[in-house]
Design a protein around this ligand. Structure first.
Ligand SMILES: [Mg+2]
Length: 366
């Protein structure tokens, strides 16, 4: 089997509300969805996570062409061609995201060719439903809007919630942490995502002030450029530190694990180097005794890939899920995504189990 064409579909969704994180607000989400064609008529879907326009440019300028003629079933050959050889001086960034998307689509094709759900090729079905946490509470001036969002999430049966705060300083945002904890009660897991928006000093203050609210984890307290100071930050707090959505390849995670910089690793399949790279990061995390909760914040294509990975990786824990209507999720799945007791079922169709329909393209393609 040979790859004959790599198409990039840019999907865009204008959001109902502004989603504000420590780095500011955004009103539009863009997705670079990759569709690979083969000489045997089987197609596969993938998604690169990062700047969608850069990923599109890299694939259309060169990486798509480099993929033509490769056998999508030979994943290691695809990895060598796209992740190693051709990105000699592109160890991180959009080139790796673009290669991740193509690798993901190759797995979709391989599993379809073998007529099995993808998880069968990643270790088998260790569990058919994955417990989720909702990550769609965003910073708001009006704190009651944040607590209302938390209540809406809990009403769906989800038992862990993550809030993006840190748009203001740690002392000001203390009241947001306190209000959320009071709303959800003591038994619901509360995670806080700082999206790398604080300095070391401010992050340290956040750990001191917010620690009494029993946080399940504090995510990306520092910029990835300041990772060398994470062990120092960790030495001052009992709050588990989560990060990894901005890390690339096993090499990046190995450095973090060896430094003792992270308690919860969050590789993103569409960014870290693809499905196999994410699986390797999960296995390496286990060997270091580091928890794993893959980053999953994009379209239904990444969601499906993450479900398959987690289904076949029992060590991983808690699926990130966007419980708002801002994601292009449900349209990708032929059967509705139905929560059962806070858990999402793993797709059972061959491949990833997602479809890029004409309706999706008509509605979202730009
Ligand atoms: Mg995050």
């Amino acid at each position: 089997m040979k790859i004959t064409k790599v198409n990039v579909h840019m999907l865009q969704k204008t959001l109902e509300t502004s989603m504000c994180i420590s780095r500011g607000g955004f009103k539009v989400r863009n997705h670079a969805i990759i569709e690979i064609e083969t000489d045997q008529g089987i197609t596969g879907l993938g998604e690169g996570i990062g700047n969608a326009a850069y990923i599109q440019g890299i694939i259309e300028a060169k990486m798509g062409e480099l993929s033509i003629g490769l056998d999508p079933r030979n994943i290691e050959d695809v990895r060598r061609a796209l992740l190693d050889n051709q990105v000699y001086f592109e160890r991180m960034g959009s080139a790796i995201c673009a290669a991740s998307a193509i690798e993901m689509a190759c797995w979709d094709i391989k599993a379809k060719a073998l007529n099995v759900p993808l998880y069968e090729l990643l270790g088998g079905l260790s569990r058919d439903k994955i417990e989720a946490y909702a990550s769609n509470i965003y910073w708001e001036e009006d704190i009651s809007a944040m607590t209302q969002c938390a209540e809406d999430i809990l009403s769906k049966g989800i038992k862990s919630v993550k809030a993006h705060i840190g748009f203001k300083d740690a002392k000001t945002d203390l009241k947001r942490v306190a209000a959320l904890r009071e709303t959800i009660g003591p038994d619901i897991n509360l995670m806080i995502d700082l999206n790398a928006g604080y300095t070391f000093t401010e992050a340290l203050k956040a750990c001191e002030l917010w620690g009494k609210y029993n946080l399940f984890w504090l995510e990306e307290p520092l910029s990835p450029y300041k990772s060398s100071r994470l062990p120092e930050l960790k030495s001052h707090t009992d709050i588990p530190i989560a990060l990894g959505e901005n890390e690339f390849r096993t090499y990046g995670f190995k450095d973090l694990f060896e430094a003792g910089a992270v308690d919860v690793a969050m590789p993103d399949i569409g960014r870290v180097g693809g499905i196999w790279e994410a699986k390797l990061v999960c296995e390496m995390a286990e060997s270091f005794g580091v928890q794993v909760s893959p980053h999953n914040y994009s379209s239904g294509v990444l969601l499906a890939a993450t479900l398959h990975l987690m289904a076949a990786t029992p060590y991983s824990n808690l699926l990130e899920y966007d419980a708002s209507d801002n994601s292009i999720y449900h349209e990708f799945f032929p059967e509705p995504l139905a929560f059962v007791d806070g858990k999402l079922p793993v797709p059972q169709r061959p491949g990833l189990g997602v479809e890029l329909t004409d309706q999706i393209l008509e509605k979202y393609k730009v």
